[in-house]
Design a protein. Structure first.
Length: 277
């Protein structure tokens, strides 16, 4: 496994586990440390807030006083974080596992603006078909979102690496399928399609982009299956799947009582956090 670099700057990967979550032996370095988890979560939320505000996707009153963009599903989600040498989050992506959802109205994506449109019933049906397919294949089902990359990293490989790292995590978790809402702004949806996501299908056709008044931009409805990234990226995903086994996984203290606190080096840039070139 090769440490990833953006010019001369290293980035390392840290995983925040949902709360509460017992690791079940999937990872080698699991830590119950509320303080470290809170600091990394706050750094991630500030990154998201600054990027979304700058892009015009949210208004300033959507942020906390200290500039954080908090989602109601943050505590329930897996977060893959790219951490720079100063211990600050420079890229992030979340996965909300919704295996136990029985119907569309139990899913987080029920809040998507497309549901309120004339094509809302088709959207619901298409997502329910994805849920059924995942269940039949024995895969977890969920939603990917909260993608943000620091401005000074946008023209590096960082946006792609955080996506591939998340694919690797999903494979570690046993394989996952699900949906994502992606902005057309900055070519985000295009990048996701190149990685391996594809348009959500309904009655044999693809959903066209739609306007989301909350984010003030066009969005696309995409589907994913972690087993099938684009052929070009399969080797990199496999590398991440291996490397993330020994990346620090930070849980709430009550989730894994008896496990040591995470080392301070996770925040000061000296941790053993693996990445891929």
């Amino acid at each position: 496994m090769v440490f990833s670099r953006s010019r001369t700057r290293k980035t390392r990967y840290v995983i925040l586990a949902p709360s509460p979550y017992p690791p079940h032996g999937l990872f080698r370095d699991c830590y119950g440390d509320d303080s470290t988890r809170n600091r990394l979560m706050s750094s991630m939320q500030r990154l998201r807030g600054s990027i979304y505000l700058e892009d015009g996707a949210i208004r300033r009153d959507s942020l906390t006083m200290d500039g954080r963009h908090i989602s109601p599903v943050d505590e329930k989600s897996w977060h893959v974080l790219s951490v720079d040498e100063a211990g600050q989050v420079c890229a992030c992506l979340r996965y909300l596992e919704e295996r136990k959802a029985a119907r569309f109205d139990d899913l987080w994506v029920r809040h998507a603006a497309a549901v309120q449109s004339a094509k809302g019933p088709r959207y619901r049906h298409a997502v329910e078909q994805e849920m059924l397919r995942a269940r039949e294949l024995g895969l977890s089902f969920g939603e990917v979102g909260g993608w943000a990359v620091a401005r000074d990293r946008r023209w590096t490989l960082e946006p792609v690496r955080i996506l591939l790292a998340t694919y690797g995590l999903l494979e570690l978790l046993g394989g996952c399928a699900g949906v994502a809402t992606a902005t057309v702004r900055h070519g985000s949806a295009t990048i996701l399609r190149r990685i391996g996501l594809s348009p959500l299908l309904s009655d044999g056709g693809c959903f066209p982009p739609y306007f989301d008044p909350h984010y003030g931009c066009e969005m696309e409805l995409l589907r994913f299956d972690s087993r099938f990234p684009d052929r070009k990226y399969r080797a990199a995903v496999s590398e991440f799947e291996i490397g993330l086994k020994s990346a620090p996984v930070i849980c709430r203290e009550r989730s894994i009582a008896g496990i040591g606190a995470s080392p301070n080096s996770i925040l000061n840039g000296n941790s053993r956090v693996h990445s891929a070139a």
